[in-house]
Each structure stands twice: as C-alpha cells, then as structure tokens.
Design a protein around this ligand. Structure first.
Ligand code: C2E
Ligand code: MG
Ligand code: MG
Length: 715
C-alpha cells in the first residue's frame, strides 16, 4: 500500500524480486481498496488525520477525495456532524477497535444515511494505521422495517391468517387464527389445513374454490367450521395464491374473520322477514315460497296437495269486547293448536288478522285431507282461557286441491281456497267447504251477474213491494216496509235473496241502496199527494251503512223529496251489522236522528247481542225476527223464549214489532203477551205500491184480535 517503507537492505537481485512482488501485492491490494463496495478510510493512528479514502466512500458521502485528505476525521463534513467523533477516535486509539452497528450520517447532498462503522488499528511495517470500513445499510434497514411491519400486521391482525404451501400444508398462522379456531400454532404447523376443516362443505363448492384459485388467483366465501371445542362457527374466508414469476403457486395465504354473530343477526332478520311476530308461524312471503316448492314437488311425485284457507268466526267480536290483548292471546293459542293437528311437512301460515293458510302436501287423494280438516275445526272451536274469561270462536275453512284439470298457479290456488272459505261462512260457519270446478264456474258467473245487476238498475228492472205494518188490536195501519224485487224479463219476479248476496260487499250495493231510498220516498210523495200518509221503512245493508259519507248522502236524498217528512222514513239495520261496529253505527244513528230519520233493529233476537250493547244502540224499534213465530208456539219452551225476548224489549224501553205473523194464532199469542204491532203474511203479503191504498182502505183485523183487551207488557 501507499508509503509502506521496506524494513531492510537486501541484495540488488533479491531486492528487485522483492520489489516486483511488493508491487504486485501493492497493486492487488490497491485494486481491492479501489473496487470494494464498502467505503474504506485510512487514518493516521496518532493524529487522526485521514490518509486515504476509497471511491466507494467518496460516492457514498458525496465529498471529493481531496476534501477528505489530510483532514482529521472529526473535521470532515459527515463525521464533523457526529458530536462524539473525537471520543470515538480516542476510544479507537485505546482499544484498537470500535464498532457501530448503525451510525447516522449526512451526505454532502443532505441525504440521511445509516452506516455500519467498523475500525481496526494495526501495525504495518512498524507504523500504526487505522482502517475503517463503512457500509451503507440504509436500504437494508428499510427492508428490515418493512419486514417488521409485515410481521406485526401478521401478528396483530384482527383476521385470522394462515399461510400454507402449495399442497395445503400449514407453514404459519397468527394469534387470531388460534383465537378463532382454538388450535395453537404448534398444533397446526406442518399439518394439512383440511384437518382443521378449512374447506367448503361440499364437493361442488370445493371444486369451485380450487378453480377460482387456479384461474383468478383468489377466492372468497363463507364457510362453517368446527372449533377445537366442537362448537360451530362461521368465517368469511379469502384465499390468495402466491405465485412464482413462472406462474407456479408457491403458497396460499388465507385470511378469515369470525362472522358467527353476524350470521345469527342475519338469521334473525330473515326470521322477521319470513315469520309472523305474534304467532311465529310463517307469513305470507314464506307461505308463497313453500306453496310453490310443494307444487313443484307434487307434480314430480304424482300426488296431491291441499291448500286450506282458514278464517276465524267471531274473532272481531272477541277483539271488540275483550280488547286486543285477548285477541292476540287467542290467536297465539289457536295457531299453536291448529299447527299441532297438522302433519310434519305441512305448513301453517298466518297471512292476516285472523286468516291462516295451511298447505298439506303428499295426499294420496282428496279424501285424505278430510280428517285433518276436521281436526283443524275441532282445534279452532275449543275454548281458550284468558284470565277469568273463556274465549270461544270457530273457524270456516275453504279447501282447494292441486293439481287441477286446468293449469293453476299458487296465487290462483289461494284465491280458490279463499273463495271456498267464503262459501263456508255463507253456509253457516264452523265448517269446511271444498272448492270445485262447478262452483268456480258459478263464481265466474258471479261477475256476469254483477254486470247483469248493474244493467237491471240502469234498465229500471227493480221494483219495490210494500208490506203493511199494523196494530193487530186497533186495526190501525202504522206503516209499510219497502222490499226490493227484481222484475227479471226472463225469470220473472225475483226475491232479494237471489241477487242481494251477490253484491253484499260491492259498491253496487250502495247504488241499489240509494235507489231504494229514493224510490220509497218518491212513493211516499205520490201517496202524500193522494192524501195518504204512510211511514215507510227501508232496509239498509251493512256495506252501505259503513260508508263514511252515508249520512251526508242520505241528507241529499231527503232534500230531493221535500214533501216527505223525514220522520216518516225509517231505516232498518240488521242486528248483526249494527253490532259489527257499535260505536260507529251508534254515531250514524244519532246523526240521522238529527235529520228526523229513525232506526229499527231488524231480525232482533238472532244476534248474540248482550243487553248492555243493545241499550247503547239508539234505535226506536226492534223488529222481532220471524223465527220466533214458529208453529210450535204451544210448546212451553218456545213460548218462554218469546216471552223472554219481549220482556227484553220492555226492559230496553223499545217499541217492538213482530215479523212473520202468519196465522191468527200467532197474533193472538202476541197480543196476550202485550205485543200489538205486527207484520206478516197473516196480515198481508208484500204488494206492489199501486195495490197498497186499496188494501189499506179495506183491511180489518181478525175478530180474535180486535176483541182482545189492551194489555201492557208490564202487566
Ligand atoms: P226483512 O227486512 O226481515 O224483511 C222481511 C222479510 O220477511 C221479507 O222477505 C218478507 O217478504 C218476509 N215476510 C214477511 N212476512 C212474512 C211471513 O209471515 N212469513 C214469512 N215466511 N216471511 C215473511 P223478502 O222481501 O224476501 O226480503 C228478505 C230480506 O231481504 C229482508 O228481510 C231484508 O233483510 C232484505 N231486503 C229486502 N229488501 C231490501 C232492500 O231494499 N235493501 C236491503 N238492503 N235489503 C233488503
Ligand atoms: Mg227489514
Ligand atoms: Mg226482518
């Protein structure tokens, strides 16, 4: 190396040889010095003066060769920056060695670098030299930090992380892996991930996963796993393939998080969307689903299924009388009981207030459902205790079968069952009714009839007949009841029972109802101008009465007939419809009364009204239903019943008029019981308006009646 003096004086030849060898060695070491990647610095061991620096150090620190030379170590830029440079040198002198793992330096360009700084002192040819090796470790440090960061992410991630080789052998897992799976690192390393059930549940799902990994390099999905303690848990799993540059998969990295509670929440939401909160039965949405599924399966199996529409009879009354809590408890109890009558595989759904639908699949034939239907009826009719009360309802069932001769869908089946249920109600409730094609045709005809009824109204085919109401004892004619008839061009005179039920719940009922009131009032005007004053009562259907503008429209009709005293118009409402919504009907009656129009309660005695309810209804008259006038009035029980109902009218301070008086005997008995007002075939059949005045002028009561002494019910 430079300035290394030779120690002795050899002979010339030897000296030459030695010289050559020395030069060779010198050049070899110089080369090493010049080309070394690390920076090298030679110092004078006594003074600390820099004697040489190699090109790498020049490059590393940015100072030129000359800027280093002949300066003391602690005088040159980068080293001058480090406060303890001088102390370092002193230490070096004392120990002959120092080592700094990472010494921060600043280059001439101001770049912060970190170096490993190792200095040795040694003697060369009797001269002490210090040699420092300076290695730039800045990049290595950055890489190390990156690695450290990666490691800490791995360790502290909230996701479980698992790294496997290409065969699925586990190479590493993090802490969260252990927390989620229950297996510690040592238990899993070196084992195949399959042992820890980290695989989709079925073959199909599994091959889809491998295909995605092969094609796209990643896959994600949800799988259910088993914890070491045996419990099931759900994870959201993402697997990525780590590939070599040539494309071969070297490793797989799996990230997963525990989504068990999320899944539970999801299930809860699903439950809310598909089940009825009150009874926990499937709701309409799930029913539609199950029905469609069942229909698809039935077709394949060659069997039948039944759809049963169930509507409770008398449920509204329970709600109205005992409150919603009672209604709710009743629904819960009945839902449970009815469900118990079904077989496994049957579905019972609640689709509305007191409406349920059962789907009964796998029936060998239509007969097979009958015993189930009967069990359902019994279950619905059993009393339900509620506090001190016993709640009691029944059910009307409509049944339809699938498959049918014609193609039908799930909605049609439900409509058919609903329609059959409606028939069950009409026939008398607490029973089932089967839907059949013939009935369906008549139901389709229903629309034709509706249309025909509308036509009849436009063509003026309806007429009113009038039936007199009289005082049997005095012979006074007290009024008439207007009764609608259809003068059908082909079928002759039709009674209301033939056509009114068809429009019962149809807006047409209002049109016809208003036609009746108008017609009756016009008739009263005609009679009035002929000097006859005949109060007329008109029947009002529930649908018309329920209309919000009923009173308003009635007033408008009254205005159109100024010649008629509103007090001469009476409206008859059925006991059953009046009690549907007692407070509303009460209000309507009160409002009509303000206009002078009074009310009578029709078919009195047929409803199940309690005394308290009747008392609240502000009606003037009660019309005793004709069923009380049966032949057996000599039977003491029937007689007692009649007496009882009549006393009820007295207790309620209401006038009572008996309907269906067909015989003199009926009249006699009524008179004996203090009831003088009556209407019936025994007095007169309903007649055309034109016949009425003549009849009224001619009528005389039976002698057996007129000879009876006046009697008050109280007597
Ligand atoms: P309702 O209001 O109880 O009318 C009395 C019904 O009993 C009438 O039947 C009448 O003809 C019948 N009747 C009268 N006396 C006797 C008798 O001695 N024996 C028997 N067996 N029957 C007797 P109709 O005219 O067939 O009417 C039946 C029901 O149709 C009425 O019962 C009423 O609820 C309803 N109705 C009649 N006209 C109208 C109307 O214009 N509008 C509405 N909404 N309903 C009406
Ligand atoms: Mg009536
Ligand atoms: Mg009646």
């Amino acid at each position: 190396m430079k300035n290394s003096p030779s120690p002795g004086r050899p002979t010339d030849a030897a000296a030459n040889l030695e010289d050559v060898a020395l030069r060779i060695s010198e050049s070899r070491y110089r080369r090493l010095f010049e080309t070394a990647e690390d920076g090298i610095l030679l110092l004078n061991a006594d003074t600390g003066q820099i004697e040489d620096v190699n090109p790498s150090l020049v490059k590393m620190l940015g100072y030129s060769h000359d800027e280093f030379l002949n300066k003391k170590l602690w005088e040159v830029g980068p080293f001058a920056d480090i406060a303890p440079s001088k102390e370092m040198f002193a230490e070096l002198q004392a120990n002959g060695y120092i080592r700094h793992e990472n010494l921060p330096l600043r280059t001439l360009q101001g770049k912060e670098i970190e170096v490993e700084f190792v200095c040795n002192s040694y003697e060369c040819e009797g001269i002490k030299v210090i040699q420092c090796i300076i290695r730039d470790i800045t990049e290595r440090k950055v890489a190390e930090e990156k690695l450290q960061l990666a490691a800490s992410v791995f360790t502290h991630a909230r996701e479980g992380i698992m790294i496997t080789d290409a065969d699925g052998t586990i190479i590493d897992v993090n802490d969260t892996f252990s927390r989620i799976t229950g297996y510690c690192r040592d238990e899993v390393l070196g084992h195949n991930l399959r042992l820890f059930s980290f695989a989709p549940p079925d073959q199909e799902y599994c091959s889809a996963m491998w295909q995605a990994l092969a094609e796209k390099g990643h896959w994600d999905g949800e799988i259910w796993n088993r914890h070491k303690n045996g419990e099931e848990y759900a994870v959201m799993l993402t697997i990525s393939a780590v590939r070599e540059p040539q494309g071969n998969t070297r490793q797989y990295v799996a990230l997963f998080s525990d989504v068990t509670s999320l899944k539970a929440h999801e299930r809860e939401l699903e439950h809310i969307a598909h089940y009825d909160a009150l009874t926990t039965l499937p709701n309409r949405v799930l029913l539609a689903d199950r029905l469609r599924q069942a229909m698809a399966q039935i077709t394949r199996r060659g069997q039948q299924l039944a759809v049963v529409f169930l509507d409770l009879d008398g449920f509204k009354a329970v709600n109205d009388r005992h409150g919603h809590e009672a209604g709710d408890q009743l629904l819960i109890a009945l839902a449970k009981r009815i469900k118990q009558t079904l077989r496994e595989g049957d579905t019972l759904a609640r689709i509305g207030g007191d409406e349920f639908v059962a789907v009964l699949p796998d029936l060998a034939d239509t007969e097979a459902a009958v015993s189930i239907l009967n069990r359902m009826l019994v279950a619905a009719a059993e009393p339900v205790p509620f506090g001190d009360l016993t709640l009691h309802v029944s059910a009307s069932l409509g049944v339809t079968y699938y498959p049918q001769a014609e193609e039908v869908d799930a909605d049609q089946l439900l409509r058919q069952a609903d329609q059959a249920m409606y028939q069950a109600k009409l026939i008398g409730k607490n029973r089932f009714h089967l839907f059949d094609a013939a009935l369906d045709r008549s139901a389709r005809g229903y629309h034709e009839s509706l249309e025909r009824i509308r036509q009849a109204l436009n063509n003026d085919e309806f007429v009113l007949y009038y039936q007199p109401k009289v005082n049997m004892r005095t012979g006074e004619m007290i009024g008439a009841e207007a009764l609608i008839r259809w003068q059908h061009p082909e079928r002759g005179l039709l009674l209301p029972e033939v056509f009114l039920p068809l429009i019962e719940q149809h807006p047409l009922a209002i049109k016809i109802g208003e036609w009746v009131i108008n017609k009756a009032m016009a008739q009263m005007e005609i009679w009035h101008s002929a000097g006859l004053n005949i109060p007329v009562s008109v029947n009002i259907g529930a649908y018309q009465l329920e209309q919000a503008d009923f009173v308003k429209r009635l007033r408008e009709i009254l205005k159109k007939h100024p010649a008629v005293r509103p007090g001469d118009l009476q409206l008859e409402v059925l006991e059953s419809s009046a009690l549907e919504d007692l407070s509303k009907v009460t209000q309507i009656i009160e409002e009509c009364r303000e206009s002078g129009v009074s009310f009578a309660l029709d078919d009195f005695g047929t409803g199940y009204s309690s005394l308290t309810y009747l008392k609240r209804l502000p009606v003037n008259k009660l019309k005793l239903d004709q069923s009380f006038m049966c032949d057996k009035l000599d039977n003491p029980d029937d007689r007692a019943l009649l007496e009882g109902v009549l006393s009820l009218a007295v207790a309620l301070h209401r006038q009572i008029i008996a309907e269906g008086v067909e015989t003199v005997g009926h009249g006699e008995l009524l008179l004996q019981l203090g009831c003088e007002l009556a209407q019936g075939f025994g007095i007169a059949r309903p007649m055309p308006a034109a016949d009425f005045p003549g009849w009224a002028a001619a009528w005389l009561p039976d002698l057996a009646w007129s000879s009876q002494a006046a009697l008050h019910r109280q007597d």
